[in-house]
Design a binder for this molecule. Structure first.
Ligand code: FES
Length: 94
């Protein structure tokens, strides 16, 4: 039998809204568990982009995390206090 133990709960912020995830999850997993499906918008047609491959191969999940654009949410481990935002197009440095 497989055993999946859940890590310690972590508070993070999505678009300024506090959410709870768990240690050992990626940012994408925590967002999907919280009901967030749109992670950003495409550059030309502003279509919603979300979670697709989940293994760091497609770039569909690029987000702005702690002020850094183009972070793959499916590969980024969740940390306490993280500030996560949807990315518009290619993203911009502050
Ligand atoms: S979902 Fe494909 S790189 Fe993250």
């Amino acid at each position: 039998m497989l055993d999946f133990s859940r890590g310690q709960s972590l508070r993070f912020y999505f678009e300024g809204r506090p959410l709870t995830g768990y240690e050992g999850e990626t940012v994408a997993a925590a967002l999907v568990a919280a009901g967030v499906k749109v992670f950003g918008y495409s550059e030309k047609q502003h279509r919603g982009r979300g979670f697709f491959c989940a293994v760091g191969k497609c770039s569909s999940c690029l987000m702005e995390i702690d002020g850094r654009p183009n972070v793959m949410a499916c590969m980024e481990p969740l940390r306490e206090g993280m500030r996560v935002k949807r990315q518009e197009g290619r993203g911009r440095l502050p």
